[in-house]
Design a protein around this ligand. Structure first.
Ligand SMILES: *Cc1c(COP(=O)(O)O)cnc(C)c1O
Length: 641
């Protein structure tokens, strides 16, 4: 903390919460508090909750200037809470606020924020306005619809004693007769096992929980401490044991709090108890996406910037969420194909610079109003942009034709371009780039090198004539993987972000982020001589178990998968398409597979690589991803699962 304090040199501090996290590194709570307080020795003001008695005495002892509040008297402000109304009673003044939640964790966090804003002299009315739009602590106490009308509180994110108390409080506030707690061992508390167990036991007894399912060696070993008439308890050494021994279907109309340390993988229990979301959906794992981004970054020389291409609804996975993740991870640029795509990103609070590859004249007003940066690929486009701008400033990107023969300025345009840019200094050139036609295959490496040299010549000509040094870039995902010497100032990452390897080289580090899933709507038994679907193309030659699944070509499951060309995964096994794919449905052969109506079906994802799916119908993963129609719901995962 001393070192951190020197780096950060905070002028204001909030000591947010004193729980059992990190206890294992300290001999006592005092020692932990002292260490944490070292961060705040020089602050002008430290905001903290005076109900933590130990914290209070340490802060007073160190004479750190502070603003304290508590639900008990003893701080600068006494806080009273009535449902979602709070009163802050100071020596001289009183404030009243209405919060959008009532649970302890969220209220405590909000109070710290409120006291900070008061200290910074924001008006109570403005504070109220801001507080109104706060959301409760996310991820942690998430209420999910469970099986058999149960409700599941998924708090499998962290497990310390303070967190357990907050969750039990939350549980206590919910109306439901029967309450079950599924709890793992609490790790790294620094307490002796028996002491820890008796603390847990006390908390549970006070909480009104009727049933305890305890998982882990420590809780199991001390099972006798939990003997009680009020609480029925069961103990398991491991999560796997609990998963097989508990008859989960017996949970009925109750509320189940699931609280476990990460290593216990309680997300598996959550999955077992959660009601399945029906219908077709594309699941996007944002953790894997972040992993892929970092993998590509690790391949870059230091200082090389990253533009991520999020065109076509971020390759089918949902622009808003993906762009948010990228903004969080501080990529340098986003690239889209059309102005509208950029406008959508701006509407969703994306503030990164955005390059638009294919702007049209009609879209210039929107471009300008949304700070989007057009690509100039032709003389005509530049001239109409100049005309439209009438001297207003605008950043542009120059695309150079070097051999892709798609869009780009030709060699014989360059003199004129230079002249126009000289005459219109309101237009600034943010970057000059080109695009490789064969970055994915070694047989095109010579061609790629020629493209690069043509690009460099054009770049130098423009840069020298205008005395500018715009960002230089030419590589797409396969280029980043295969042609690292062409990185220059920036690269343009596309399909690699989604975990698809666009080269023929094998790369283990990429993790596919997208899984397309649907469900079985109905199962039928067929005999030889019967037929399936339009045109009666499906013709079983013996007994067949047939399943109708809820996906068709309107969802992006191409009609080319008809008649056995496509396969999907049911219960871990492959099932071929029977007959023709319909608009909204498809029939598959599940003979010999143990499956039920409502079961999940994987179209691509784990066990069914998108490369293979694409190859079956002679296309590429890019097309499979982006074909998935927008009516298919995108579900995003982050955190531990
Ligand atoms: C789509 C695109 C990219 C990204 O290509 P990937 O192969 O998906 O990495 C890069 N540059 C341009 C100009 C593009 O159109």
């Amino acid at each position: 903390m001393e070192r951190l304090a020197k780096i950060i040199r905070p002028t204001l501090g909030i000591f947010s919460n004193l729980g059992s996290a990190h206890d294992e590194g300290f001999t006592s709570l005092e020692e932990k508090v002292r260490e944490k307080l070292k961060l705040f020795h020089e602050v002008e003001a430290l905001i903290y909750c005076s109900d933590y008695g130990l914290l209070k005495s340490e802060i007073q002892h160190l004479k750190i200037p502070s603003i304290s509040w508590g639900f008990k008297a003893g701080g600068n402000y006494l806080v009273q809470q009535q449902e979602n109304k709070i009163t802050l009673q100071g020596k001289k003044e009183e404030f009243n606020f209405v919060l959008p939640f009532t649970d302890k964790a969220s209220v405590e966090n909000a109070l710290h924020g409120i006291f900070l804003m008061l200290h910074l002299k924001y008006s109570p009315s403005l504070i109220q306005e801001r507080v109104t739009v706060l959301q409760s602590v996310p991820m942690r106490l998430e209420l999910k619809q469970g099986i058999n009308n149960c409700q599941v509180i998924d708090d499998s994110y962290n497990n310390d004693l303070g967190g357990l108390q907050i969750s039990l409080d939350f549980l206590g506030g919910l109306q439901k007769k029967k309450k079950t707690l599924i709890l793992s061992d609490i790790l790294q508390t620094g307490l002796e096992d028996s002491e820890l167990v008796s603390k847990i036991q006390e908390m549970i007894t006070r909480s009104g929980v009727q049933q305890l399912i305890a998982i882990g060696p420590v809780l199991s070993k001390h099972r006798t401490q939990f003997l009680s008439k009020e609480i029925k308890s069961r103990f398991y050494e491991t999560t796997a044991e609990a998963l097989t021994k508990i008859s989960w279907e017996e949970f009925n109309r109750e509320i189940i709090l699931i609280k476990g340390a990460r290593i216990f993988q309680f997300e598996r229990i959550v999955a077992r108890l959660q009601r399945r979301v029906h219908g077709t959906r594309m699941e996007i794992d944002l953790n894997k996406m972040a992993h892929n981004l970092n993998f590509f970054k690790s391949r870059l020389n230091s200082g090389v910037k990253v533009m991520v291409m999020v065109k076509a609804f971020a390759y089918g996975s949902g622009s808003e969420e993906v762009a948010n993740l990228l903004q969080f991870h501080r990529v340098d640029y986003l690239g889209v194909a059309y102005t509208d795509e950029g406008v959508d990103l701006r509407k969703n609070q994306i503030s990164l610079p955005i390059m638009v590859m294919n702007p049209t004249e009609e879209s210039f007003p929107l471009l300008l109003a949304n700070r989007l940066e057009p690509t100039v690929y032709s003389m005509g486009l530049l001239k109409s942009l100049i005309e439209f701008l009438q001297g207003q400033p605008c950043a542009v990107h120059l695309e150079i034709e070097t051999g892709m023969h798609r869009l780009g300025l030709e060699d014989n345009n360059l003199d004129e371009i230079i002249g126009l840019l000289k005459a219109n200094p309101n237009i600034s050139v943010a970057s000059i780039f080109s695009h490789l036609a064969g970055a994915d295959e070694s047989k095109h490496d010579t061609y790629s090198q020629v493209q690069f040299e043509l690009y460099q010549t054009a770049y130098e000509k423009i840069a020298d004539a205008l005395r500018i040094k715009p960002i230089r870039h030419i590589l797409n995902s396969p280029g980043i993987l295969r042609l690292p010497h062409l990185q220059m100032d920036m690269v343009r990452l596309g399909i690699g972000l989604y975990g698809v390897n666009p080269t023929t080289d094998s790369i283990d580090q990429l993790q596919p982020v997208a899984t397309l899933k649907t469900v079985i709507s109905q199962i039928k038994k067929l005999k030889a001589g019967e037929s399936v679907g339009y045109g009666r193309w499906g013709q079983p030659d013996g007994d067949m178990t047939l399943a109708t699944i809820a996906i068709g070509y309107a969802d992006g499951f191409s009609r080319s998968f008809s008649r056995g060309i496509g396969q999907v995964i049911v219960a871990g096994k492959r099932a071929p398409v029977v007959g023709n794919v319909c608009m909204d449905m498809t029939m598959i052969d599940i003979t010999g597979i143990n499956a039920h109506e409502g079961d999940e079906v994987i179209i691509f994802g784990e066990g069914m690589p998108i490369q293979e799916v694409a190859a079956n119908i002679n296309t590429i993963p890019y097309e499979i991803l982006t074909n998935t129609s927008e009516r298919v719901k995108r579900v995003f995962f982050a955190g531990s699962y």
